[in-house]
Ligand binder design. Structure first.
Ligand code: HEM
Length: 204
């Protein structure tokens, strides 16, 4: 019989490996020439999609952990958030390095002229303070209340990500709209939970 601690470590390792798999598969395909005729577009699309998926997974943990038997999901929220940042970093890095060849003036021009790039950069910029303050030491230093307030930015980042996706797709907007609908439900849940807490907690 394995102890609960060992069980938890095994599950954490499995979740970590699963979250890393899309990046490993993508690197493997790129290294073996298995991407399409436009590999940069493939890498951008794949990393962008996973950024949004991990943002949604991170937000979904809040309502899901209330369901019977799923309370332990809360322990994986930080890892999911950091994976969203990891894929966002790869996505942004692909754009900066492979698409724009680190040409800062071209990048600034693009950010000013193409609204979907502006939305993407905003969404990614919002993730940086969240990743930077994700350690236990930072939670202690900032204080729980301030830390929680800052981390509500994850909703703004995910909204920016959905807007970015909606604006970049010209024809079939079904997929970004599905992400938008899921995000609206998660945001609605958070607002409802916030009001419920305010009504039940006496003012200090
Ligand atoms: C939270 C931040 C971001 C999220 C969630 C996100 C998400 C996405 C998604 C879902 C796609 C489309 C994938 C598909 O077509 O299947 C995409 C494409 C793209 N993203 Fe992002 N993105 C983010 C930030 C950025 C940033 C910072 C940049 C660049 C400065 C960027 C540049 C692009 C480009 C160039 C494309 C491909 C457009 C095309 O197909 O022509 N994204 N992104």
């Amino acid at each position: 019989m394995t102890s609960p601690l060992v069980q938890r470590r095994i599950i954490t390792a499995v979740v970590f490996a699963a979250a890393l798999t899309p990046a490993i598969l993508l690197a493997w395909k790129a290294a073996h020439g298995l991407l399409s005729a436009n590999p940069i577009k493939d890498i951008t699309e794949e990393t962008g999609t996973w950024t949004l998926r991990f943002l949604v997974i991170t937000l979904a943990i809040r309502p899901l952990r209330r369901l019977p038997g799923l309370a332990r999901l809360a322990g994986y929220r930080r890892m999911m958030g950091l994976f969203a940042f990891f894929y966002g970093f790869l996505h942004f890095g692909t754009y900066v390095g492979l698409d724009q060849f680190f040409d800062l003036s071209m990048i600034i021009d693009d950010v000013m002229k193409r609204p979907f790039i502006t939305a993407g950069v905003t969404a990614f910029a919002l993730m940086i303070p969240l990743a930077a303050t994700s350690t236990k030491g930072m939670i202690r230093r900032m204080g729980g209340a301030r830390w929680k307030l800052l981390h509500r930015l994850v909703y703004a980042s995910a909204t920016g990500g959905v807007i970015h996706y909606l604006w970049l797709i010209k024809a079939d907007k079904q997929r970004p709209l599905i992400y938008g609908a899921i995000l609206a439900v998660l945001l609605g849940y958070r607002i409802w939970e916030y009001w419920k807490q305010r009504r039940t907690t006496p003012a200090r």
